[in-house]
Design a protein around this ligand. Structure first.
Ligand code: GMT
Length: 376
């Protein structure tokens, strides 16, 4: 198949998932065309079946807001026609689903070809940004105009039905992880640099937006470090980082925390970590938590959104109400101070991640694509 994938090229989960999907499809001999404004972060090696088409947005003094969506739709048309694409798979509704609708119309009017559009909803395109009145009519329309709609969790599917007038079926295809990539032994030298006295290593990775409640991560760690010798690694960057740095100074734990910024090699970092913290107010899925589990790192998380679909309370980690720092701290301390329990949870986390392995989920997407290719 010749598949066009449209996504955000950044570190965010939707872009990561879309890129990993494209790479997996290319490995299965499909031809994959990424259409986006920058080389996707995880598209970091050459593959004969992968093509990257950059969306250029020419500027002009009149444009206070350069029209990205127009540039994207026009690039989609070019790529569809020049490469004889069979379908477009867009990740994150805004503005990808509406640009795809426009591209589909143009291709049909000019060539009579009907290009199927599949829209995968990822989370904030529905729960935060999409719900905004400014965007909602276009989001509703373009989702309904998609030939197939998928959501990355049952929770997100339900949220979408609650927030928008959706007339079509939304299919749940959970996010996936390439388990084999994350099953690796930690590099001792690396661990010694972070935790020179054999301390436990806690980890959080995100885009440091408000929704992640980074201050809760810092406050949990402040409790843990009182009871268990430990260090905290904070991976990623974003608007809440300065506040987290200030809070860790205020709580006198700045020296025990490393703010390492954006990192591509998450598997190296996870391999030396003992516990993953995800304190979000909402996660449609929580891909970062799944990657942690694949590496055998148990997860202390909130019970928001789709997190209970992956993190099993009392088995792969613990779930608490949003903002319940004492509960999350207690769970973290209990787990880190009981080696037998920690080892069991590590095994459970790996076993749970196997259910979301790339080899199970990618064929589900292929089957979905095939449905559209076989319809005359
Ligand atoms: O977490 C973010 O804020 C980034 C966002 C994105 O669009 O990249 O992540 C969303 O999509 C991921 C992949 O499907 C999910 O794992 C995240 O849970 C989801 N984020 C939210 O729902 C807040």
């Amino acid at each position: 198949m010749r598949i066009g994938i449209v996504c955000y090229p950044t570190f965010g989960g939707s872009g990561v998932l879309a890129t990993e999907l494209g790479k997996a499809l290319a490995d299965k001999d499909h031809q994959v065309h990424f259409i986006t404004y920058q080389q996707p972060v995880r598209l970091n090696e050459f593959h004969a079946n992968i093509f990257y088409h950059e969306v250029r947005v020419p500027t002009y003094p009149l444009f206070d807001y350069p029209p990205y969506e127009t540039a994207l739709a026009s690039t989609m048309v070019d790529v569809i026609l020049n490469n004889h694409l069979d379908l477009l798979h867009v990740h994150y509704a805004i503005p990808h689903a509406s640009a795809a609708f426009m591209a589909k119309q143009i291709v049909y009017k000019t060539t009579g070809k009907k290009i199927p559009v599949i829209t995968t909803l990822h989370g904030t395109d529905i729960t935060l940004v999409g719900r905004d009145k400014t965007y909602a009519p276009v989001v509703t329309f373009s989702i309904n105009e998609s030939d197939a709609i998928t959501a990355v969790s049952s929770n997100l599917r339900d949220e979408t039905y609650r927030s928008f007038q959706i007339e079509k079926e939304i299919e749940v295809i959970h996010n996936f992880v390439d388990v084999s990539r994350f099953r690796r032994k930690g590099i001792d030298a690396f661990r010694r640099v972070i935790a020179p006295h054999g301390e436990r290593i806690l980890l959080h990775a995100s885009n440091f937006r408000k929704i992640k409640r980074i201050e809760d991560v810092v406050r949990i760690f402040a409790q843990v470090v009182k009871q268990v010798p430990s260090k905290l690694l904070l991976v990623g960057d974003g608007p809440e980082r300065p506040a987290a740095e200030d809070l860790s100074k205020e709580l006198g734990i700045f020296e025990d925390i490393r703010f390492v910024g954006k990192q591509e090699q998450m598997e190296e970092i996870l391999a030396i970590s003992d516990l993953f913290l995800l304190t979000s107010e909402y996660e449609s899925f929580g891909l970062a938590a799944l990657e942690a589990m694949a590496a055998g790192v148990p997860v202390i998380s909130t019970n928001a959104g789709g997190l209970p679909e992956i993190n099993i309370h009392g088995q792969t980690g613990f779930l608490s109400n949003v903002g319940d720092v004492p509960d999350m701290s207690r769970h973290a301390i209990d787990l880190l101070s009981n080696k037998a329990m920690l080892d069991t949870f590590k095994e459970n986390a790996m076993a749970q991640s196997d259910r979301f392995d790339i080899h199970h989920i990618v064929p589900v997407y292929e089957a979905l694509y095939n449905r559209f290719l076989t319809v005359p």
